[in-house]
Design a protein around this ligand. Structure first.
Ligand code: NI
Length: 132
């Protein structure tokens, strides 16, 4: 495979993190690490801009004692317009729950579910992962 050489500039702090991350993985050089990061970025971009039916997972951590949080999370899934294929619930600690939601629909519908869930009071983190 032919390659083109480019030069990039990174803040020392970012370069240090990249090298530390490479040390924890099987990457054997910076070029391969940067290429993999870019491929992942392109894949996300294609998913977001692509047409048709997509699949994504949304992982959220929430404080289950927060009043109304579970009702709100359930309502968002019912009202989303996308199909919620499956959910996984894990009682992480006495206070926190992890919910993983697999959703099928347009990228816009799935993104909307993630955005709505992220805005619910009691939700501490919410991450959308594109699947296909
Ligand atoms: Ni729980």
């Amino acid at each position: 495979m032919s390659v083109k050489r480019i030069a990039i500039s990174l803040e020392p702090k970012i370069l240090k993190r990249l090298e530390a991350s490479m040390g924890r993985r099987v990457y054997w050089n910076r070029s391969k690490a940067v290429a993999d990061i870019l491929r992942d970025w392109f894949s996300n971009e294609e998913w977001v801009n692509g047409k048709g039916i997509k699949v994504g997972t949304i992982s959220l951590v929430y404080e289950h004692h927060t009043h109304g949080v579970l009702d709100r999370i359930t309502d968002i899934q019912h009202d989303s317009g996308a199909s919620v294929i499956a959910t996984l619930h894990v009682h992480l600690t006495h206070e926190e729950c992890l919910e993983v939601i697999a959703a099928k629909g347009t990228a816009k519908q799935i993104q909307k579910i993630a955005d709505c869930l992220a805005s619910v009071r009691g939700v501490k983190s919410c991450k959308l992962s594109v699947v296909c």
